[in-house]
Each structure stands twice: as C-alpha cells, then as structure tokens.
Design a protein around this ligand. Sequence first.
Ligand code: ADP
Ligand code: MG
Length: 280
Amino acid sequence: MIVARFDSIKDWEHFVDLKREIIQLKEQRVSLRSMVEDITKQLKIEIEKRESIEQELAKLGRLNIIGQLAAGLGHEIRNPLTTIRGFLQMLKCKAELVTYTNYFELMIEELDRANAIITDYLSLAKNKPTDFKRLHLNKLLENLSPLITADAYSQGKKCIFEPGDIQDLEIDPHEITQMVLNLARNGLEAMPIDGCLTIKTFMNEQDIVLSVNDEGQGIPPEHLSKLGTPFFTTKENGTGLGLAMCYNVANRHNAQIDIDTSQNGTTFFVRFPNQGSHPL
Ligand code: ADP
Ligand code: MG
C-alpha cells in the first residue's frame, strides 16, 4: 500500500485539490463518452436516412429516363401493332383460313402482351401530366371489380372486395386504375389455385388506405428492398415494371406504399393522405 506523507497542511490541501480535479475529470470523461456515443448513434441514423434517400432518388432518376424513352418509343411501336392486330383479326374470320384459327389467336394474344408491356412503360412516363379528379376510391374499385374477378376466376382463384367508409380523394383515375390492376395481378399470380385475394378500403385520421391482400407464399426479405426497382422480377415472363409503376403513381399522389408479408401471404397498403374532404 502506498501511504502519502505530507510535510505541511498546504501540501495536503494541494493533494485534496488534485484529487477533486481528478474526480471531476473522470466524471467529465464519462459524460463526454456518452455524448460521443449519442452523436455517433445520431450520425449513423442520419447516414442511413441519407443512403435511403439517395437510393430513392436514384430509383426515381432511372424511372424518369425509362419514362422518357417509353413515351418516345411507345406510341411509335403501338401504331404498327394496332394495324397488324387489325389485319390478323380480319384474316382469322376468313373461311378459307379456318384451319389456322389457333395460330391467329396466338399471334393476337402475343400482340396484346406486347401492348400491355408498352402500357406498363408508358405508365412510367413522368412527363405525362397527372389528371387529378376528386372521386371516391370505392366507385373506381366497383368499376374494376368485374375485370379483376374475371381474371381471378380464369385462374381458379377468388377475389373479395370490402369497401370501407372512406372519404373522396383527389386522384388520377387512370393511374390509380393501373396501380390497382398491377397490385391485384401480382397478388393473383402469387397465389396457388383456390387462393383468395381481398381488396379493401378503410380510413383513419391520417390516411385513406387501399389494401390488397393475397394468400401467396410471401416475399423473401432479400427481395423486399428491390421491390419497385425497374426490371426486378422473379417471374419467367415478368417485366419487373408493375411495382415500379405503382411506386411512381403513389409518389405522384403523395401516397405511401407499405408491405406486410409472411409465409401466409402479402398485403400491400397504399396510404393516401387524408385530405379532410367531405364524405360523398
Ligand atoms: P412482375 O410482376 O412483372 O414480375 P412487378 O414489378 O409487378 O413485376 O413485381 C416485381 C416482383 O415483386 C415480382 O416478380 C415478385 O417477385 C414480387 N412480388 C410483387 N408482388 C408480390 C406478391 N403479392 N407476392 C409475392 N411476390 C410479389
Ligand atoms: Mg407484376
């Protein structure tokens, strides 16, 4: 043990002062360390936020370029396709060509598929002005329900609509129609036969929500961050443009898309800000 010896009271006082300073310094060190830890944590959060914003911006930038290309090419390609489709339709009805009916139908189907791909691309065109109208989402779903139900039925699946008590919204009906069709199509494609797709609307203080729920196998975590990136697809015949278009439309409507997914299925929530309008 070290025993301190002091030759005078002054030395003793000096020693006590030093001790006090050391204790203070230790306390300061502890509080400085916790400050540094706090700042590091905040910095990490800021960096993560910044990275996600940068990723979003890069995604939007890519969408913009694709949109511009699509707008330029889409119309040019569509016109000759429409002419070819018309002639095929006419030839299909000729009695002397009846043995080729199957071929004609296949060609028309393929043309329709090409047309659908162009529609997806065109929907990404950001320079297209959004045509907002005040309307009721439930009305729009009501008009779409026969189409989606028929689509589901043709795949041996079911579709249920559960419109909730919601207020009207400022939306572009054409864009929202495309979005609902894409979400519904994805939900149907994700499900096995007999699966049931449920499309709901509901409202809370902040949002008016459209949800599309399927009974598929869910989305693996490693795919979640890629959703909405143009051309990301896990399907053999997929374009990987459907969700990119949905995110783009949501963005133009100040809406947010949230995904809830598990092995029992996936729900896409599109949350439109509640604009505090009057009920219809
Ligand atoms: P595509 O349908 O042409 O593949 P999308 O952009 O619509 O393109 O979807 C991209 C990918 O996201 C799909 O290939 C699929 O892997 C995944 N996905 C989208 N919706 C669902 C869903 N409801 N359930 C499971 N996976 C989905
Ligand atoms: Mg799709």
